[in-house]
Design a protein around this ligand. Structure first.
Ligand code: DX5
Ligand code: ZN
Length: 229
């Protein structure tokens, strides 16, 4: 397992975004997670391509853009052009998911599919071999700071099994309510990319919080591989 920590800027102070991401990077952030919301697919608004473009200039790690929007195909080129290395789209928003995944890849980005808490794992069955990663939502998308939904750990296990059956090494990303306690459960279940907003940017020291989350996740991963061996 390769653990990657993806601090979500949604919980950062937008007036000091550069300082926030620099602190996360000092703490060992492997990605920076950008939550894009349109007020339609989710009941909230956030940021667009200009913020990705500004971050690209100052961030050294890849930008992971999570599109919680209707009609993502319309905006994907702008986000990739602005500097997104990873783009995830919601299965619930797309009638032609296969086309969209191909489109993201054709633009040179890594393509992921996100699934909401009530969306069955089986919705990934046909697309699994084509995915670069899967994003399992462990809260209902739209807001930071929500409580982790406990069933998400078994869902991660089921997604890992589905990907393994498809012969796919694609990592599972988990998003929502991840902190020092929940991270252990999801990593043991097979999650490798850990998104965290509040537990990093609402902490007194974002660098230290990133470091602590990564250490907890890596320790859980060592335990997980030992129990599989
Ligand atoms: C929720 C977003 C998350 C959110 C996570 O819609 O996709 O990325 O920022 O925030 P926390 O870690 O505070 O639950
Ligand atoms: Zn997100």
């Amino acid at each position: 397992m390769t653990i990657r920590i993806a601090p979500s800027i949604l919980a950062a102070d937008f007036a000091a975004l550069g300082d926030a991401v620099a602190a996360a990077e000092r703490g060992g952030a492997d990605l920076i997670h950008v939550d894009v919301m349109d007020g339609h697919f989710v009941p909230n608004l956030s940021v667009g391509p200009p913020v990705v473009r500004s971050l690209r200039r100052v961030v050294h790690v890849p930008l992971d853009v999570h599109l919680m929007i209707e009609d993502p195909d319309r905006y994907i080129p702008a986000f990739v052009e602005a500097g997104a290395s990873m783009v995830s789209v919601h299965v619930e928003a797309l009638a032609h998911l296969d086309r969209t995944i191909g489109f993201i890849k054709s633009l040179g980005a890594r393509a992921g599919v996100a699934i909401n808490p009530a969306t069955p794992v089986a919705s990934l069955e046909e697309i699994a071999p084509d995915l670069d990663f899967v994003l399992v939502m462990s809260v209902n998308p739209g807001f930071g700071g929500q409580a982790f939904l406990p069933r998400s750990a078994s869902k991660v296990r089921a997604v890992r099994a589905l990907l393994d059956r498809a012969g796919s090494p694609a990592p599972i990303e988990i998003d929502g309510g991840i902190d020092l306690e929940t991270v252990v459960r999801v990593v043991r279940a097979g999650a490798e990319i850990l998104v965290a907003g509040s537990s990093i940017f609402h902490a007194p020291d974002a660098a230290e919080a990133t470091r602590a989350l990564k250490a907890a996740a890596e320790q859980a991963a060592r335990g997980a591989s030992a129990s599989r061996a």
